[in-house]
Design a protein around this ligand. Structure first.
Ligand code: 4AD
Ligand code: MG
Length: 453
């Protein structure tokens, strides 16, 4: 509603009668009236309501209003003569729907730390910062869908309960059932099942039937990583394309990132300006740069060479064959190149079985996109489409090929080169908002030791 009012204002159509519904942020009284700042969550800006002393419930109710109370206000929208707002609502009636006791309501006018707000995840969306994050997250989600739909990708809902560990890292949550008869998933499903770590393998099934597909859903990892970039439950966008190699995969990922960031720059300017001012100075410029400039492409071997010239900076020493740590990734993107970096051709020994083995026999056609402030934002690869090579890689990784017979069938019947990637949605929201902790960009974060509601 307030968003609509601001649109009316842009068209200079004020002096119109409106009804708004929202929550009080602040109240200030003068001798003959009260100023009420009301917000309905549709946008960052509050609407200033002027409630005259002559209103019937002024003494009984209006001067008792405090932060968090819910109200319905009807009145005339007028251009405001005061500084700080363009428009104000002259109330004809102020109806109180719900009170919020000021002695106990935790969101008082002062600024609260993001850490404190995490302890009240049921109330934090009522703050400016978390409201803005939620709107940007929603817009990013819409932009992701628009991007794929405009390019004729088909959305596939891959399963949340699965019997395959896509990443082969053994970080799955086991599913079990309550009740006497179904104590474990083996009894329920006939085999051990868990929550998905990635929809990729099932997306591959659909890509090899429909060409270009994507999944966008929740994924779960039981890794004990208590960092500012890891969640136990997060959302991932995973496109998968038949007849596509690593180069085409990188191109799609680059276009996707540029498209969605451009979209929020255009459609969430008010919220992004808040983050630019209070959360990450220079955020708008950073996002603009990503949209406009080329990403750097380097191979893993070149990255390792670059990093091994750096003395005394890293906790983990760098040598060919290691998995790059967050400190290495961030050094490349923040210190060396100062822009998004796509690292390709990782050693086969540190990557999952499904990545395509290159002709050198030691690297795979993998790519990670690293961005400043985050490190890895995207992880993807061309997939191994050759049955014999795939089976060898699976056996070497200790995987029972019988359990993946359905996956191998994709190589037995009409196999084609194909590729895809996973974009961590919360890391994308982090990058777009400048929030340094991933717990701020998902409504209800789940991390080791933390899942309050
Ligand atoms: O690199 P990952 O593990 O790749 C896959 O899962 C592939 N199956 C994707 C594919 O090719 N279809 O994860 C992909 C991305 C990471 O780059 C990161 O952005 C995000 O998912 N991610 C996490 N985000 C939050 N919390 C975690 N614990 C995450 N683990 C990965
Ligand atoms: Mg990865």
């Amino acid at each position: 509603m307030l968003k609509r009012i601001h649109k009316i204002l842009l068209q200079k159509k004020t002096d119109s009668r409106v009804t708004i519904q929202g929550w009080i942020r602040t109240r200030r009284d003068t001798g003959s009236f009260s100023f009420l700042e009301v917000n309905d969550g549709s946008c960052l800006a509050n609407l200033q309501v002027i409630a005259d002393k002559k209103l019937a419930n002024y003494e009984q109710e209006i001067i008792k209003l405090s932060a968090g109370c819910s109200v319905v206000v009807t009145g005339d929208l007028k251009h405001s003569p005061a500084k700080g707002q363009d428009v104000e609502l002259h109330a004809e009636s102020v109806q109180v729907l719900g009170w919020a006791e000021p002695e106990t309501y935790p969101l008082q006018k002062k600024r609260h730390s993001l850490e404190f707000l995490r302890t009240i995840s049921h109330l934090r969306p009522r703050t400016n910062a978390l409201g803005a994050v939620t709107r940007v997250r929603s817009r990013l989600s819409f932009a992701v869908s628009s991007f794929f739909q405009e390019r004729d990708f088909v959305q596939v809902h891959t399963p949340i309960i699965t019997t395959s560990d896509c990443e082969g890292a053994g970080e799955m949550f086991q599913v079990s059932a309550t009740g006497e008869k179904n104590k474990n998933s083996e009894q329920f499903f006939g085999s051990q099942a868990g929550l998905t770590v990635s929809g990729q393998l099932q997306a591959e099934v659909y890509a090899l039937a429909l060409g270009q597909v994507y999944t966008f859903g929740p994924t779960f990892r039981a890794e004990n990583s208590n960092t500012s970039r890891h969640l136990a439950e997060f959302w991932m966008i995973e496109p998968e394309m038949a007849f596509c190699d690593l180069a085409c995969n990188m191109e799609l990922a680059t276009e996707l990132l540029k498209f969605v960031l451009q979209d929020v720059l255009e459609n969430c300017s008010e919220d992004l300006a808040l983050f630019d001012k209070f959360i990450e100075k220079g955020l708008l410029k950073k996002l603009q740069n990503v949209v406009e400039k080329d990403f750097v492409h380097i191979t893993y071997s070149a990255a390792v060479e670059e990093l091994s010239n750096v003395v005394d900076t890293f906790e983990y020493p760098v040598k060919w064959g290691i998995d790059l740590q967050s400190e290495h990734e961030r050094y490349l993107t923040e210190e060396v190149y100062k822009c998004p970096v796509i690292v390709t051709d990782y050693p086969a020994s540190i990557k999952p079985f499904y990545m395509r083995l290159s002709d050198d026999g030691t690297t795979v056609a993998a790519m990670d996109i690293l961005v400043p402030g985050i490190g890895e934002l995207v992880g993807g690869s061309q997939r191994e489409e050759r049955l014999d090579v795939l089976m060898q890689r699976m056996v070497a990784a200790g995987i029972d090929t019988k359990e993946y017979d359905w996956y191998l069938d994709l190589r037995r019947y009409g196999t084609v080169p194909h590729a895809g990637f996973g974009l961590g949605f919360e890391r994308l929201v982090q990058f777009a908002t400048g929030m340094s902790n991933i717990r701020e960009v998902i409504p209800f974060p789940r991390t080791p030791g933390f899942a309050p509601c």
